[in-house]
Write a protein that binds this ligand. Structure first.
Ligand SMILES: [Zn+2]
Length: 109
């Protein structure tokens, strides 16, 4: 039995994980899952397969660092071209902005 490196309490058991990235379902992949904390671990081959699936679905690289700047009294967030294209955001269109706990959500209307 292999002990879980995260909690060091549970044992790792073979199983399947449902992988999503930025809310898009990528598929089911084999993983070792901890019997105690439910943390899952994938080997290098599976990790690459998950990357490939993310690239295929067009969600790879949709999470990036951005700068918050000031425009007048408000703050502005730069939306990278790749993310704008994925969400089909266009300049001049209306959007709805709101919080979700400590996250910022921008929805196109
Ligand atoms: Zn664990």
């Amino acid at each position: 039995m292999v002990k879980c490196p995260m909690c060091e309490k549970g044992n790792l058991q073979k199983g399947k994980i449902k992988e999503t990235m930025f809310g898009v379902f990528l598929g089911e992949f084999p993983a070792e899952i901890c019997s105690s904390c439910s943390e899952s671990f994938t080997d290098e081959k599976t990790t690459q397969e998950i990357q490939q699936a993310a690239k295929k679905k067009g969600v790879w690289g949709l999470g990036v660092k951005t700068k918050i700047t000031r425009t007048g009294n408000s703050l502005a967030v730069r939306i990278p071209q790749k993310i704008a294209a994925f969400l089909k955001l266009k300049e001049g269109e209306d959007a709805y902005i709101h919080t979700d706990k400590d996250k910022l959500i921008i929805e196109s209307l």
